[in-house]
Design a protein around this ligand. Structure first.
Ligand code: C2O
Ligand code: CU
Ligand code: CU
Length: 567
């Protein structure tokens, strides 16, 4: 029944666009109160579908943040189950990142507080509980984050939210026979934008900015406008490009964002469709005609009418222009400053592979990264503050995987040895890795270090992520041994490197109220004898294996992190 409904919508062509596009309410300021709650919604007449939402029954408000503001987000979980909220693309400390380790129990509030360090751009937020991301996102928890900054404000760009600056959260969802939102099925036949099925938008006859977020669990899109009307790409995941790129298509995989400008000047009365040119997606991508091969094919995949097809996503009625309309597009935008290859400290390879050698899993999964399933207590990668690294992603499977990294944005260096096309030269935090491809990106682990709380990297196909296609990385304080220069003087380590005894000297020890823990680089605590007298702590390092260790000193609610080497 639902398939017939969807096909009817697809074929309806000229009658497409019956419901006004919902624009999520925008909230701004420095304190944000977000209540995650249950709700219901009618997607199919006669059926009530239970949903999740933030400050409402479905989806979440758009958060408007200003760069360099210090913000607090009070996230109250009114669901009957634990969840998390991750600020996708935001450069925040691991404590504030909202990964699987930062569960918010029912009826409790989590209040991360951070300084907004990102450049102007389009980011988003969504749950990230271990094994629960797909369910919680699919049930409705997803919201946009718009960061503003002075450099962007100085450009002549449309920025009146909901008028000429339009959020578009594109999602496809699956429903079971009782019209409950379903996951881990190939039956995601209902398309929606900002939760609106069959939407239309009245857009003024001027330059209009669309902030497109692919918030779907699995599906990629080849977005464009009817008649292949050209548009300008101005921003990718991590903010503005240096110059606008003229395109007629933009492919977005789950998690990716794009800001595009469409010039509707002089077009009052015209109708334009925002479309998916899905027939142009290369095979191997979820949403294309086929994924896998005859011997390793995903059951039910080819029956979905949204796969490999071209269809309207949203109808745009061009209406009278507004006062102060933007009618031209700036020739230059932001600054792109990819780190030079000469700055690279480390290159790492991430192999994306089926978990088993059974060929039926090469398209369907489960998949692993470097042979490992996600495990809460395993740190897969350890790096240091201020290291510049190349991560090389190699896809050994039959489906494309959108690889995402937390903490920092990256620049794509090359895809199979070839530099990326202009539309992929901006800052990114998700990159789609095609079957058989090898993609290298460069990034630098700046600002935040922590000896025990990791960040995530994973496939942003939410079913793959939940199935374990995820790893954790720790950014340790840099080789100087400490992340915060102002705390540097407070503890002296000598000698460092140490052989039998390492002596710490600090006023911190005079009070006697302190504790010290030593960790291996993998984050495992190491038991080690210590003796305290006056302002000195003597650590008996004789029995340690040679190598680097991290030490945390807890005192007066502060944590001082140091690194030492055992010779
Ligand atoms: Cu959008 Cu780790 O996620
Ligand atoms: Cu993220
Ligand atoms: Cu994947």
């Amino acid at each position: 029944m639902k398939r017939i409904l969807s096909i009817a919508l697809l074929l309806a062509g000229t009658t497409y666009g019956q419901t006004a596009l919902f624009i999520p309410p925008a909230i701004s300021g420095t304190t944000f109160n977000l209540n995650i709650q249950t709700g219901t919604r009618t997607f199919f007449s006669g059926y009530t579908t239970p949903t999740y939402g933030v400050n409402g029954s479905f989806l979440a408000p758009t958060l408007i943040l200003n760069k360099l503001d210090s913000v607090t987000l009070n996230v109250t979980n009114s669901l009957p189950v634990a969840t998390t909220i991750h600020w996708h693309g935001m450069h925040v400390s691991p404590q504030n990142d909202g990964g699987p380790g930062q569960l918010i129990a029912p009826s409790t509030t989590w209040s991360p507080s951070f300084k907004v360090l990102n450049d102007a751009g389009t980011y988003w937020y969504h749950p990230h509980g271990a094994g629960k991301t797909d369910l919680h996102v699919s049930k409705g928890i997803a919201g946009m984050i718009i960061v503003k900054d002075a450099a962007e404000a100085a450009l002549t760009l449309p920025r009146t939210y909901g008028v000429d600056d339009i959020p578009l959260i594109v999602q496809s969802k699956a429903f079971d026979v009782l019209r409950q939102i379903a996951i881990a099925t190939e039956d995601d036949t209902l398309l929606m934008v900002n939760g609106t099925v069959d939407p239309y938008l009245n857009a003024p006859a001027q330059v209009v900015r669309f902030r497109i977020l692919n918030g779907s669990s699995m599906r990629s899109y080849m977005f464009g406008f009817s008649g292949s009307m050209p548009f300008k790409l101005i921003a990718t995941d991590g903010g503005l490009l240096d110059t606008p790129v003229t395109l007629t298509r933009i492919r977005l995989s789950p998690g990716e964002r794009a800001e595009v400008l469409l010039n509707l000047t002089g077009m009052v009365g015209a109708t334009v469709y925002f479309k998916n040119y899905g027939s142009e997606l290369p095979n191997g991508i979820y949403g294309a005609d086929t994924v896998g091969t005859d011997t390793a094919f995903i059951p039910g995949y080819s029956a979905n009418p949204l796969n490999g097809a071209d269809y309207n996503i949203m109808k745009i009625n061009v209406t009278a222009s507004t006062g102060g309309a933007v009618t031209t597009i700036p020739a230059t935008l932001g600054t792109l400053a990819p780190w030079p290859l000469s700055a690279v400290d480390t290159t790492r390879t991430f192999n994306l592979s089926p978990a088993t050698a059974d060929s039926s899993t090469f398209a369907e999964g489960p998949f692993v990264i470097n042979g490992h399933h996600f495990a809460m207590d395993t740190i897969n990668v350890v790096t240091y503050l201020n290291r510049t690294e190349i991560w090389k992603l190699v896809n050994h499977t039959l489906v494309a995987h959108p690889f995402h990294i937390h903490d920092v944005p990256f620049y794509i260096v090359d895809i199979n040895g070839v530099p990326p096309p202009p539309y992929e030269r901006g800052r990114k935090d998700v990159v789609l890795v095609m079957p058989g491809d090898s993609v290298r990106f460069i990034t630098k682990f700046e600002t935040f270090a922590d000896a025990s709380i990791p960040y995530m990297y994973h496939c942003h196909l939410l079913h793959h992520e939940d199935d374990g296609m995820m790893g954790q990385f720790l950014v340790l304080p840099g080789p100087a041994g400490i992340s915060d220069a102002t705390k540097k003087q407070e503890v002296q380590l000598s000698p460092n490197p140490a052989t039998d005894i390492l002596t710490l000297t600090s006023e911190l020890f005079l009070s006697g109220s302190f504790s010290v823990k030593v960790y291996s680089l993998l984050g495992t605590e190491v038991a080690i004898p210590m003796e305290h007298s006056e302002d000195k702590l003597r650590i008996r390092t004789g029995s340690l294996q040679t190598g680097l260790y991290v030490m945390k000193i807890f005192s007066n609610n502060n944590v001082y992190v140091h690194k030492f080497e055992k010779l």
